[in-house]
Write a protein that binds this ligand. Sequence first.
Ligand code: ATP
Length: 359
Amino acid sequence: MSQLAKATSLANFGRVQFTDVVKNYGKIRAVNGTTLSIDPGQLVTLLGPSGCGKTTTLRMIAGLELPTAGRIEIGDTDVSNLPATYRNVAMVFQSYALFPHMSVLDNVSYGLRMTKVPKADAYVRAEQTLGLVGLEGYGSRLPSELSGGQQQRVAVARAVVLQPEVLLLDEPLSNLDAKLRRQVREEIRALQQRLQVTTIYVTHDQEEAMAVSDRIIVMEKGEVAQDGTPQDLYEHPRSRFIASFIGEANLVPCSIERAANGQCHAEVNGVHVAVPQTELRGEATLVIRPEATTLSEGDGAGAIPATVSSVAYLGDRVYYGLSSPLGQLFHIEHTSSVRHPKSSDVVIRFDAAKLRVVK
Ligand code: ATP
């Protein structure tokens, strides 16, 4: 553990705090006055579209970039202007950045040997860490003799062997195929929980973020758009951008009105849809998640007529495209059979409690 880490109180070890942090590259503002705090031991994902400032934020935590303005704290220490080598953080890069001419064991023990840990101790700790990532017995191989998934695990081992205060992962799964991504993300999550190390994970894949995170910080144009648990973000999106970025949803332009009985409803093309209480009035967006709708045949009171315009059978679920007075909608049913063929007439019912409205 470094002197820096020793100076941090145990309760705050692994805490990360940004206060009004700005990062400019020349005239480009990559991060625009971000304030965020990450609790010790959590796995927090920075999620957002390309260019929103995720990697720049991560690199500022690592000390690979220094902020133009604002304050960054790790533990109890203001690290705003502290270079990377003096920070107790470790980063796993997208490309893994393993030393190709060094064995796996030399790669994993490298950081320890650089900090003057005796060679024998460094090798013992590296062997133990290879065991943690399921690579015992692989120490003498070269990185080129490993699969992509195994190289990624070596990169993780090389970072966690240092027992960093904060572990940073920059799109760690982007070089793996879809099936392996799912497996490796579960391994990373399990390792993080076992080690209880504060971990900050960058991805642009919302499903990956939902699967691994205690909390997700969604960024848009250099700012925090919303910050919460995966469930918060999915169930209570604060904006159209979040509703569209997290999970799947129909986003229908509407007008919000309050009826005489105090209930709120969304008006779309003359159709009134009951929605949960909201302070919003006037122009808004109705967010319809697939699980908020049910489809049936025939007509029914309070239901919306629609015609099935497309059917996509995916084995465990069926995607329906629907032409309706609310416009073109999609609906997903988790079933292994097509209940409503193309061109059939159906009715749509909404579970009002599951509908949301956003600006
Ligand atoms: P991606 O998912 O594509 O990696 P990101 O969300 O990680 O994107 P950043 O890499 O942080 O985004 O970039 C944020 C903005 O800053 C972008 O407009 C980018 O072009 C710009 N930027 C990043 N690094 C530099 C640099 N070294 N010099 C100039 N501009 C940069």
